[in-house]
Design a binder for this molecule. Structure first.
Ligand code: G6P
Length: 368
């Protein structure tokens, strides 16, 4: 086992260090002569023009990737997207027909609820595109089209590198659909693809600076409850940051949309409450600064994660600012999740938790 960890103390850290490589592995084979070519996505322009809605169905971390996918696909393809937790979708008599496509996301390709949601969707006539990590898995076999995430084996129960590659795959799907539907131009697609290719380098830099997060965790690991707030894509990211923390550190945590806080959760903020704010969305930056002021006025301690370009400004409001290399807001979640994964890791480590094998959790859930 020690050898398999390549000198890292835990599989989770090893797998975070693999993120740059596996994102490249997920992108590079699909670029031929500078063009995005998704060989396995056989949906035609005509099929896309008939799509009234796309469903994204998954569980856990894969579901959180789906929430990002909704924002991206709606933005780039102008098709309504509904994201569902698989265990809910399969039992709610979903309004799915041949006018829909269902995107299934699963690392293992074996999660029972997700597999059954796929079959329910297929039975009702939807086309199935799955984003799966394990080649030849049940979900891959039952799908019309499969886009593999080349994340390699993920051993730590808490998913890290698989999530980054699920996002990468979702962006590529959005580009493909947007180009075929004509809602984005080739120039726009090329620009986004260029940004995606830069992400692995950015994650390398984030990992180099991981001590800043370790230091913060060392000071705050006794927190009883932690709130994650964000807007837009940062809200989706908050859901994943909060789940990661809960899974491995057992600290109670909730994720809220920045603007929704005042409708209830702010009642729980008191002196010393830790609030984590991913802030990568330029157009929502000022709104989030207001939200930070609201929680600070009630005594919260705020950790913000943002691009370098915003750091100086944000230091005026937040208590601690962790930076990621400057990146366009649209693709920021793929690198901005890494500091959140590192935060969960160091909080769990400080608390003496079994990082790779958290209590009560299984890597792949093949029961209902
Ligand atoms: C389990 C794992 C989670 C994972 C979820 C979905 O609950 O502990 O980390 O996100 O299953 O798994 P899948 O293999 O379908 O992505």
């Amino acid at each position: 086992k020690a050898a398999e960890k390549d000198g890292y103390e835990h599989f989770m850290m090893k797998e975070m260090y693999e993120e740059p490589k596996v994102i490249r592995d997920t992108i590079n084979p699909r670029i031929k002569d500078g063009e995005l070519v998704l060989d396995n996505v056989t949906i035609t322009e005509e099929d896309i023009s008939k799509l009234e809605k796309i469903y994204i169905v998954a569980c856990g971390t894969a579901y959180h990737a789906g929430v990002i996918g909704k924002y991206i696909i709606e933005k780039l393809c102008r098709i309504p997207v509904e994201v569902d937790v698989a265990s809910e979708f399969r039992y709610r008599d979903p309004l799915v027909s041949d006018k829909n496509m269902t995107i299934i996301i699963s690392q293992s390709g074996e999660t029972l609820d997700t597999l059954f949601a796929l079959r329910e969707s297929k039975k009702r006539g939807a086309r199935i595109l799955s984003i799966v990590n394990v080649v030849g898995s049940s979900i891959a076999r039952d799908s019309d089209d499969v886009l593999y995430t080349w994340a390699g084996p993920e051993i730590a129960v808490a998913s890290t590198k698989a999530y980054n590659t699920q996002l990468t795959a979702l962006y590529m799907v959005a580009l493909e659909l947007g180009l075929k539907k004509g809602t984005i131009t080739k120039e726009e697609a090329d620009a986004i693809l260029g940004q995606l290719k830069q992400i692995p380098n950015d994650i390398e830099k984030i990992l180099e600076n991981k001590e800043d997060i370790q230091k913060f965790a060392h000071q705050h690991y006794n927190a009883k409850s932690i709130f994650f707030i964000g807007r837009g894509l940062d809200y989706a990211l908050s859901l994943e940051g909060s789940l990661k923390l809960k899974e491995i550190s057992y600290i109670h945590s909730e994720a809220y949309a920045g603007g929704e806080l005042k409708h209830g959760t702010i009642a729980l903020i008191e002196k010393g409450t830790l609030v984590v704010c991913p802030m990568t969305q330029d157009n929502l930056f000022d709104k989030m600064v207001s939200n930070i002021r609201e929680v600070k006025a009630r005594g919260a301690v705020v950790l913000a994660i943002t691009q370098e370009k915003h750091a100086e400004e944000l230091k005026k409001t937040a208590d601690t600012v962790i930076t990621i290399p400057d990146v366009d807001s649209l693709v920021a979640p793929i690198s901005a999740v890494t500091p959140l994964q590192l935060f969960a890791y160091y909080m769990a480590l400080e608390k003496g938790c079994d990082v790779d094998k958290p209590r009560n959790l299984a890597k792949s859930v093949t029961v209902e």
